[in-house]
Write a protein that binds this ligand. Structure first.
Ligand SMILES: C[S@@+](CC[C@H](N)C(=O)[O-])C[C@H]1O[C@@H](n2cnc3c(N)ncnc32)[C@H](O)[C@@H]1O
Length: 261
């Protein structure tokens, strides 16, 4: 499938360099904004996703260097997410992030010292994430060197996983009480982000990981009805823990080869 990309400034050199990082995405670049559908937008800030159905000024864009995400990355040290992963007393398990999305969680985990192998199946979401990582690397954000990412289906890789932790953060069901963010509205209409998370959990429990962690809305049922051994509660979400064996320093080593593009 080919996506429309708009590059009004025709920044061919920088755009082509960046596109080499997201080789899985076929883009037909043009200068005019289309009347309908989603389209990629290229400017001096890098890659964004826009939708003709929304205000032109709105975009889905990931920035790990400045703004809200960058502040969250710097702020988090001991929150529920990091405790759920088993980060304590210098232990920083290597993590297989099976549902990387736009990289909010993985950036926090890499920043506190975990090696992260991140996999995202939806090609546009994966492209937005990879482009943000590229820009963060270029601005010397140290944690990026601990992140490897791939556009793939985690189900295809899970049998080779032997990380300390497999982390699964499925799309939450649409909750009518809270208005979804623009990013979520656009991502929900993109296609390819909905999944069968039960299958991911089954595969993760059969992998070589020491622990499987599933993020859930705070009052949601257990994924696939599987009762976790313990839970870490956040303010609006909880993390269900399925330990397979004890986490040790051996589980901190980065994994090469599994995620190579
Ligand atoms: C809720 S989002 C993850 C958010 C992420 N934890 C963050 O902090 O930004 C879920 C993502 O998982 C991806 N996904 C679902 N099933 C997948 C699979 N089998 N393999 C890879 N990615 C998958 C979806 O495309 C979606 O982008």
């Amino acid at each position: 499938m080919s996506w429309i990309g708009v590059d009004q400034l025709c920044q061919v050199v920088s755009r082509d360099t960046a596109m080499a990082h997201i080789h899985w995405l076929s883009v037909h670049w043009q200068v005019d904004v289309p009347d309908s559908g989603h389209y990629l937008w290229w400017d001096d800030k890098g890659l964004s996703l826009k939708s003709a159905a929304f205000d032109f000024r709105s975009s889905v864009h990931v920035d790990f260097v400045e703004g809200t995400r960058a502040r969250r990355i710097r702020a988090v040290t001991g929150e529920a997410l990091t405790r759920a992963m088993g980060c304590q007393k210098g232990l920083r398990p290597a993590i297989f992030d099976a549902t990387a999305g736009l990289g909010g969680d993985l950036s926090v985990l890499a920043n506190i010292g975990c090696a992260v192998s991140a996999v995202e199946r939806q090609p546009v979401v994966a492209a937005l994430l990879r482009d943000a990582l590229r820009r963060a690397e270029n601005s010397d954000t140290g944690w990026c060197e601990r992140v490897q990412m791939k556009c793939a289906d985690s189900l295809d890789l899970m049998s080779h996983v032997s990380h300390g932790v497999v982390y699964i953060d499925p799309m939450f069901p649409k909750d009518r009480k809270t208005a979804p963010s623009l990013s979520m509205q656009v991502l929900h209409t993109l296609g390819g982000t909905t999944e069968k998370p039960e299958r991911l959990l089954d595969a993760a429990l059969d992998s070589g990981a020491a622990r499987v962690v599933v993020k859930r809305p705070i009052k949601a049922d257990f994924l696939a009805g599987r009762v976790p051994s313990s839970q870490v509660m956040g303010k609006t979400v909880r993390f269900d823990l399925y330990p397979r064996r004890k986490l040790t320093d051996e589980d901190s080593h980065p994994h090469q080869g599994l995620i190579d593009g």
